[in-house]
Design a protein around this ligand. Structure first.
Ligand code: PLP
Length: 390
């Protein structure tokens, strides 16, 4: 079969393949602790589910406008105004079937072949895939453990050229849990203005934090005309399967992105959109707070557990639900380690290099699993590492 050139170097998300292998082992009777996939293990809050059921019986079963239903666009704009204090109009909000599709629509809308796109590495693999398909040039910038996995401004500066079209930011970050500071955002904003490139800020983990609320690029007014903000419902409201994400865009980009949605998926499922309006209601907040409170306990358990194992060193992430421990001292490549942990110890994690080459020497664990399962995983990893020495 002839495969189009633009697809030849595209890698999908390794988490899905790893999950498939872990499920296969489980089917064969093995006990597996799942710490691979990046989705909350909680149910979608009941008010949202009830709303969807109502709407399904009330005609929310048809196409909607490509940009999303006006009620949801207004609700999203209102929520962002409330949280960030920024001036966000509903006409700047575009809804799509998942933040991943929105990312794709944005990259296809602004990146020409040969344009350079600066991307944090390790980082979410879908950025790289979309840039490949757009035939843009990927410019990885390392995230360093020594800088708490925050982008170093001097690293970024060294990657900027006259062809730089876009930088992608993700804070809180997948896979490291790193969170950019206000000063980081200001420095990046300053560089974007001086060198005239766009900023795509993927803030999908914005509500999953353990301490101060992470700063949003929306809070930097000087870059609003070059800011493509991405967020969604998957993580905050445990709605991965509903496929619902959104962007806040400069006025003159909205039409093109809506055209992309119109030409590809037409629109996002009507009942998903209707129910999502309920996500911002008072009665949903306690569900989110409970979930984040639970994540915080799990974070502490997994960080302390991993740091108690000889040869593993793990930072305590300030946001998202991932840890990215340094396993270089075990002297086994992260690939082999991830594979052996799954096959021999029944713990499913991802190699850091599934997120780019600067993930070498690291593993990623998602702590979207119960305290009991995380405790079990730590015991198994500890035992596995002890056996490595002998
Ligand atoms: N952005 C980041 C950084 C993610 O980690 C993910 C999901 O893992 C997404 C976007 C995609 O989310 P969605 O389910 O809305 O497509």
């Amino acid at each position: 079969m002839h495969i189009a050139e633009r697809m030849r170097d595209v890698h999908g998300e390794a988490a899905f393949a790893q999950l498939a292998r872990a499920n296969e082992l489980e089917k064969a009777g093995r006990s597996i602790v799942h710490l691979e996939i990046g989705e909350p293990d909680f149910d979608t809050p009941r008010p949202i589910v009830d709303s969807a059921i109502d709407w399904l019986g009330n005609g929310a079963t048809h196409y909607t406008p490509s940009a999303g239903i006006p009620e949801l666009r207004e609700a999203i704009a209102g929520e962002l105004r409330r949280i960030s204090g920024a001036d966000v109009g509903s006409e700047q909000v575009v809804v799509g079937p998942g933040a991943k599709m929105i990312l794709f629509a944005l990259i296809m809308s602004v990146v020409d072949p040969g344009d350079e796109v600066i991307v944090p590495n390790p980082g979410f693999p879908a950025y790289e895939a979309a840039i490949e398909i757009a035939r843009g040039t990927l410019v990885p910038v390392p995230l360093r453990e020594s800088n708490e996995f925050r982008l170093r401004i001097e690293d970024l500066e060294s990657k900027i050229t006259p062809r730089t079209r876009l930088i992608i930011l993700n804070s809180p970050q997948n896979p490291t849990g790193g969170v950019l500071t206000r000063e980081d955002l200001e420095s990046i904003a300053d560089l974007a203005s001086r060198h005239d490139f766009l900023i795509l800020s993927d803030e999908i983990y914005s509500e999953i934090f353990y301490g101060d609320r992470p700063e949003s690029m929306l809070g930097i007014p000087s870059v609003r005309d070059r800011l493509l903000l991405v967020n969604g419902f998957s993580k905050t409201y445990a709605m991965t399967g509903w496929r619902l994400g959104f962007a806040v865009l400069p006025d003159d980009l909205v039409k093109t992105v809506v055209l992309f949605i119109n030409s590809s998926v037409s629109c996002t499922a009507a009942f998903s959109q209707r129910a999502a309006v309920t996500a911002f209601a008072e009665q949903t907040r306690p569900c989110v707070d409970r979930m984040v409170g639970e994540f915080e306990k799990r974070r502490d358990l997994i960080v302390d557990g991993l740091n108690g194992i000889d040869g593993i060193r793990c930072l305590r992430p300030a946001g998202a639900f991932y840890v990215f421990p340094n396993v270089a001292a075990l002297n086994v490549s992260e690939h082999v380690l991830a594979e052996r942990l799954l096959e021999e110890a029944g713990v499913s994690a991802l190699p850091g290099t599934a997120f780019g080459r600067f993930g070498e020497g690291y593993l990623r664990f998602s702590f979207a699993n119960s305290l009991e399962k995380i405790g079990q995983a730590i015991e198994r990893i500890d035992q596995f590492v002890r056996n490595l020495d002998t």
